[in-house]
Structures are given as C-alpha cells and as structure tokens.
Design a protein around this ligand. Structure first.
Ligand code: TRP
Length: 385
C-alpha cells in the first residue's frame, strides 16, 4: 500500500518488503479495509487478556469476530504465522510468535509456522541460498524456544517441506499476474521466484485446509504482511475453503527514533535475541526518549512519554500493571522522573527476558524434531495436501 502525501497526512509506504515513513495506523486500517479491534472483539478473547492486546499492540483484524463466535459454537480454528529468515531474530520478531503461542494455549489450536527461506533468497540480492538456509535453521531454534505445544505445532521451511508446492500450485492457478502486481507493486517483477512467491505464502495461510479439509485460520502478523492474506482470501472460496482471518500488530518502533524502523543493517535500532547484557545496556542507553535536552530542562518542562521509545517499549511489552504505567507517565510529564530510571528499568526487563529465552533455546535442539517430524502434526496425515 503506497499512500502519497495529502491533506490527510504525510506519505508513507507499507508492503511486505518495504516500510517507509511514519505510519498512520488509522489511515492504514481504512486503506487495507481491515477492522479496528474494539471492546467487542476483545471480550471474545476472554480474560485475562495478553498485554499485547490490552495495550493495543495488536490493533486490527479480519473476521476475528466471526471466527471466534464460531469457535464458541464448537468450530475449531487453526493458527498460522511465519518468519522470513534473513538474519538473526529481534524482539520484534518474537512478539507475534509469543502472541500465537498464547492463542494456541487459550483456544487449543493447531499452529503452522512457515520459514520463508525462499522468499528471503529471492528478495535479497546479497543473501546466498546457503546463508538463508543457515538463518532458517537458527531461527527455528528460537521459534522452538517460544514454547508451542509440540503435539499441535508444525514448523517448516519452504525449501524442506516441499509439499507446500502442491498447495501453492493449486492457489497459483487462480491468481492472475495483474492481481499479484496490483497487490504487491512492481517489486514482484524483479525475478520470477519473487513473482510466484505470494502463492507460497498464501499456501501456508491455507495449509490447515489442505491437511484437515475446510478449516478457519487466524493469522497473527505484522500489518505489513496483510497483502498475502488478501490473496489467500480471494482464492479460498474457489477451493471450497473459508476465508482466513487475521490479527494484525503494529510495527515496533526502532530504538533510535519514535516510529522509526528497526533495521538489521543498523543493529543499534534493534535488540537481537542473541544480544549480551552489555549490548542491551548500551543500546537502551542510547535510545531515543521524550526527555529534555538537559536534566534542568526536563525538571522545568517535563518529559513526553508519548514521544519516547523507552516508554513505548515498557508500555507495550513489559509493564503489565496499568497503575504503574499511569504513575510513571505522570511523573515523567511533571519532570519528576528522569530517563535514566526508565532506561534502567527497561534494560532489566530485557536482560531477564533474554536470559530466560536463551535458557529455553539451549534445550531447543532436542525439541526441534518434535515440531518438524517428517511433516506431521502429532496425529495427522498429509496425504490430502
Ligand atoms: N513473509 C514473512 C516475513 O518475511 C514470513 C511469513 C510467512 C509470515 N508466513 C507468515 C509472517 C504468516 C506472518 C504470518 O517475515
């Protein structure tokens, strides 16, 4: 979706491969034709809500109301989410996975996780086939450490689980080249692997249907991935499947500017799951805040928590207590709380989180086989794919 500048706001662009400019989420909701998550949808999740829902990090959806209503009247759904293995994973990549794990637990759903090794190879001119495969292998360990139910979760790379090609072929026949180009822009013209790839991700989004017959699917994902869902939703009825739904997240702000990008080529904008405590400390220390230029100025004028990456990360990811959030914001605005305190707090949360993640990741190599066993969820056959 390419939104030019107008009276309604400055230009920005959101596609699966490019995010540019400061995103106006309300405009995005309108242009994508998705719905805001309101109290009615939140109620359908039941209590207690995940912090990512309470704080509006997951903020829009497609058909969640319908699929959850059907769930309560006895119709199960599956979950699908994925990872493009173009490098080491960051905290931002972890979020949709953790959210998917939580939904699996709450709704007892099968989970399909696709590693798009092929996509990253097609899209990134500097990424070799071997390097992409190596990242996929490493990323799979991080994913296995998230804690999915091994009996209900299938993790696969498109280059390994070649049955995905059967589903992709059945989808590709229904997607004209013009549709692909209109949905994704001219980038799909760059090589024919890229042109075909949307069928492969759409195949993932519908995979539960190929395995089990018609099955509603919910896809937790960054809003930038929505175009793939559009393709899957167009094709689903032609194959006799229900349209898959989605729950979309915002894109986590990079550390160096509010609303800015987290970029693998600028490691200081992101926290990687492999960062040492010293690296975390340094990166958070250098993060952009809403504080004054000097302590004196901040004491006089107060800070701006709504313009602060450190506060946003605390608020979105870690500070579960609403009262504490309010107190901190009020103290900051009044010039009574300084950036050092918030930075130290965020550093502590992240260091603890990473330590726990790495502990689980060390156990992942012995677990990974359970998630990938020759293409089977515990009791399923893949004959029908
Ligand atoms: N294309 C995604 C990426 O580059 C990976 C992916 C595959 C995905 N299937 C998905 C992401 C489903 C979200 C939901 O990261």
């Amino acid at each position: 979706m390419d939104l030019s500048g107008s009276s309604e706001g400055p230009a920005f662009r959101v596609t699966p491969w490019e995010v540019e400019g400061e995103i106006d989420y309300d405009r995005l909701i309108e242009e994508f034709g998705v719905k805001k998550i309101g109290p009615g949808v939140l109620r359908r999740f039941g209590e207690p809500l995940h912090i990512y829902l309470r704080r509006g990090y997951f903020f829009s959806h497609r058909d969640l109301d319908k699929i959850l209503d059907d769930y309560y009247s006895g119709s199960r759904f599956a979950l699908a989410t994925g990872r493009g293995p173009s490098g080491d994973m960051t905290i931002a990549h972890y979020i949709p996975l953790e959210f998917t794990r939580w939904m699996q637990e709450r709704f007892d759903a099968d989970v399909y996780i696709q590693l798009t090794t092929d996509e990253k190879f097609f899209v990134n001119p500097d990424l070799s086939f071997e390097a992409a495969e190596k990242f996929a292998e490493q990323n799979a360990l991080d994913i296995a450490a998230v804690g999915f139910d091994p009996d209900k979760t299938f993790i696969f790379s498109n280059l390994e689980f070649t049955k995905i090609y059967r589903a992709a072929a059945k989808i590709a026949k229904h997607v004209t080249f013009n549709t692909a180009r209109a949905t994704f822009g001219d980038s799909v013209l760059r090589n024919i692997g890229w042109s075909f790839f949307p069928a492969v991700q759409a195949a993932h989004l519908l995979l539960a249907n190929f395995v089990d017959g018609p099955t509603p699917v919910i896809v937790p994902m960054g809003i930038d991935q929505d175009s793939f869902l559009k393709i899957a939703r167009d094709v689903a009825p032609k194959l006799g499947f229900p349209k898959p739904g989605a729950v979309h997240s915002r894109l986590l702000s990079g550390l160096l500017s509010i609303g800015g990008k987290m970029s693998a080529s600028q490691p200081d904008t992101a926290i990687f799951l492999s960062d040492s405590p010293e690296q975390v400390k340094r990166k958070i220390w250098n993060a952009f805040t809403g504080g004054g230029a000097t302590k004196e100025e901040q004491r006089k004028k107060g800070g701006r928590p709504d313009h602060c990456v450190v506060f946003q990360w605390l608020y979105t990811l870690f500070l579960t207590d609403d009262k504490e959030v309010k107190t901190r914001a009020a103290q900051c605005r009044a010039g009574e709380r300084f950036c050092g305190a918030c930075k130290a707090e965020l550093t502590r949360y992240i260091v603890d989180f990473l330590e726990e993640h790495r502990r689980r990741r060390r156990e992942a190599p012995s677990l990974i086989g359970k998630y990938t066993r020759d293409g089977k969820l515990a009791s399923r056959s893949w004959e029908s794919v």
